[in-house]
Design a protein around this ligand. Structure first.
Ligand code: PLP
Length: 455
C-alpha cells in the first residue's frame, strides 16, 4: 500500500481539484484529506479519523453511506448491462423504471423526466428546452433568463452565469449576456432593518417587476430559483415569497424553473421543495438526492405545458438534437431505483422533516442569542448559522477575517464536518436525511463549542 506521504505527493502533483486554490494546493499549503470509507452519517479518512458528515458530502448522500442495497443494485446492473445509450428511443429496464418512479413522485402537472449526469447539465438542458419552446411558439426574442444574486445553479457556461456568486464569475467572463440577476430573498440582509418579512417580500417583488419592465417582458423567457437558496447561504424564503413571485411570472408569461438539485427527493421534509412552498414550476432540476450520489445522475422534469410544445416542435422539425452519451445511464438508473426505494422504506422524507426541525430548534436554542450570531435559520434537513460582528447594527465581519471558516475548522477538530458557505460567514449544515436526534445533538453541541472557541 502507498504511504500517506506518497499519496499526498501524487495528489499535489497530478490532481487538479475542483473549486480549490490551485497554487496553494500544489505547494502543499492547503489541507488535503483522503476519504476511505463511510457508514451511515459518518466517513473515515486515511489518517484514521471518523467524522460525522454534517454536509452529506455536498448535500447529496441523502440516504447515508454504506448502503448495501444500492451497492448491490449497481453491481447487478454492471454485470447485466453496464451501458446502452438512450438515443432514438433506446432504453434499459432500469432507466424506464426510474423514469416512472420519478414521475410518480413529481409534483402535479409534470409530464416527463429527461436524465443527465449532474445538476449543471440538467440546468443546461432546461435552458435549452426553454429556448426551443419559445422558438416553436414563434417568440425568438423571448430568451433572457432571470436568476437571483446568491443563487447557485452550477458552474458551466450558462449555469455558471445563472449562479449569482462572484466566485463563479470572476475571471471567467461570466455571466453571459442572456442572464440577468435580481434581488436575493435574504431577509437578514434586507436593505432596511425596519422591514417586516412581508414587506421584504413586497420589496423583492417590486425589484423583479422593475427588472422585467426595464428589460421588456417580451424578452424574458424564464425565472430560475432554488426553493431554499443553498450555496448562497442556506436561506429559506421570506413569508409569501413564492406565491408572490409566481403571480408576477404568470402575469408576464414567464416560465418558472425550480432548481431542486438540493431540495429534490426529501430534504425539506416533502418529496420536492415545490410541494413545500406551493410552487408551480414548468421545469424542475434534480440530481443529488436522486441517487444519493451513489452514481452520477440528474433528472430534468418537464411540465405538461412545455412537453406539449416540445413534442409539437419535433413533429414540425424532426428529432430534437439534444443528448449526452451518458443520458439515462443504466448504472445511474439502477442506483436511483434502489435509492428511492430505500428513501420510502426508511421513511427518510418524514425523518428529514422531524429530525431537521429538531436540529434547527436545538441550534436556535443554543446559539440564537449569541451576540455574534445574526441568525439561525433553516428548513427541513438544512440549517445555517450566520455570524455577525454586531448583531444589533447588522454589521457583518470583514471577509478577510475568515470567521466562518475558523468555526468550521474548529468543528472539524471535534469530529463534525460543516461547510463554510462561500459568501459570508455562514456555517452550513445539510446532513444525510437519516440523521438521528443523538447525531443532531452532537452537531449542535460541536457548533456551540466551536463558536465559543472562535468568538
Ligand atoms: N443547482 C443547485 C441548486 C446546486 O446546489 C448544484 C450543486 O451544488 C447544482 C445545481 C449543480 O450541480 P452539479 O454540481 O451536480 O453540476
Amino acid at each position: 500500500m502507498l504511504s500517506n506521504d506518497e499519496l499526498a505527493r501524487w495528489d499535489r502533483d497530478s490532481f487538479m481539484h475542483p473549486s480549490t486554490h490551485l497554487a496553494q494546493f500544489a505547494r502543499g499549503e492547503a489541507p488535503q484529506r483522503i476519504i476511505t470509507g463511510g457508514e451511515g452519517c459518518h466517513i473515515t479518512d486515511r489518517d484514521g479519523n471518523r467524522l460525522l458528515d454534517g454536509f452529506a458530502g455536498l448535500y447529496c448522500v441523502n440516504v447515508g453511506y454504506g448502503r448495501t442495497q444500492i451497492a448491490e443494485a449497481i453491481a447487478k446492473q454492471a454485470h447485466e448491462l453496464a451501458y446502452y445509450h438512450a438515443y432514438a428511443g433506446h432504453g434499459s429496464e432500469a432507466s424506464i423504471t426510474l423514469a416512472k418512479m420519478v414521475m410518480d413522485r413529481a409534483p402535479e402537472g409534470m409530464a416527463r423526466a429527461y436524465f443527465g449526469l449532474g445538476g449543471s447539465d440538467a440546468n443546461e438542458t432546461n435552458i435549452k428546452l426553454i429556448w426551443y419552446y419559445n422558438n416553436i411558439l414563434g417568440r425568438p426574442e423571448k430568451k433572457k433568463i432571470i436568476s437571483r444574486w446568491r443563487g447557485y445553479h452550477g458552474s458551466g457556461l450558462m449555469t455558471g452565469s445563472l449562479t449569482g456568486l462572484d466566485l463563479f464569475h470572476k475571471k471567467f467572463d461570466l455571466p453571459l449576456a442572456q442572464v440577468i440577476h435580481t434581488e436575493a430573498p435574504y431577509y437578514l440582509r434586507r436593505p432596511d432593518a425596519s422591514m417586516s418579512e412581508g414587506e421584504f417580500t413586497g420589496y423583492c417583488v417590486r425589484q423583479l417587476e422593475a427588472l422585467i419592465e426595464a428589460e421588456g417582458p417580451d424578452t424574458i423567457a424564464a425565472f430560475i430559483g432554488e426553493p431554499v437558496l443553498g450555496t448562497g447561504g442556506i436561506v429559506p424564503p421570506p413569508a409569501g415569497y413564492w406565491q408572490a413571485i409566481q403571480g408576477v411570472l404568470d402575469a408576464h408569461d414567464i416560465l418558472l424553473v425550480a432548481d431542486e438539485v438540493v431540495t429534490g427527493f426529501g430534504r425539506l421534509g416533502t418529496m420536492f421543495g415545490s410541494d413545500h412552498y406551493g410552487m408551480k414550476p414548468d421545469l424542475i432540476t434534480s440530481a443529488k438526492g436522486l441517487t444519493s450520489a451513489y452514481a452520477p445522475l440528474s433528472a430534468s422534469i418537464v411540465g405538461q405545458r412545455m412537453w406539449d410544445v416540445l413534442a409539437r416542435g419535433t413533429d414540425e422539425n424532426g428529432v430534437m438534437g439534444h443528448g449526452w452519451t451518458y443520458s439515462a445511464h443504466p448504472i445511474g438508473a439502477a442506483a436511483g431505483i434502489a435509492n428511492l426505494k430505500l428513501i420510502d422504506e426508511l421513511g427518510l422524507v418524514e425523518n428529514a422533516g422531524t429530525v431537521g426541525a429538531y436540529l434547527n430548534r436545538r441550534m436556535a436554542e443554543e446559539l440564537g442569542d449569541h451576540p455574534h450570531v445574526g441568525e439561525v435559520r433553516g428548513e427541513g434537513m438544512l440549517c445555517a448559522v450566520e455570524l455577525v460582528a454586531d448583531r444589533e447594527a447588522r454589521r457583518f465581519f470583514d471577509p478577510s477575517e475568515g470567521k466562518g471558516a475558523k468555526v468550521v475548522a474548529a468543528m472539524l477538530k471535534r469530529g463534525v464536518i460543516a461547510r463554510a458557505m462561500p459568501q459570508g460567514d455562514i456555517i452550513g449544515l445539510a446532513p444525510p436525511l437519516c440523521l438521528s436526534e443523538a447525531e443532531a445533538d452532537q452537531i449542535v453541541e460541536t457548533t456551540r463549542e466551536a463558536v465559543r472557541e472562535v468568538l
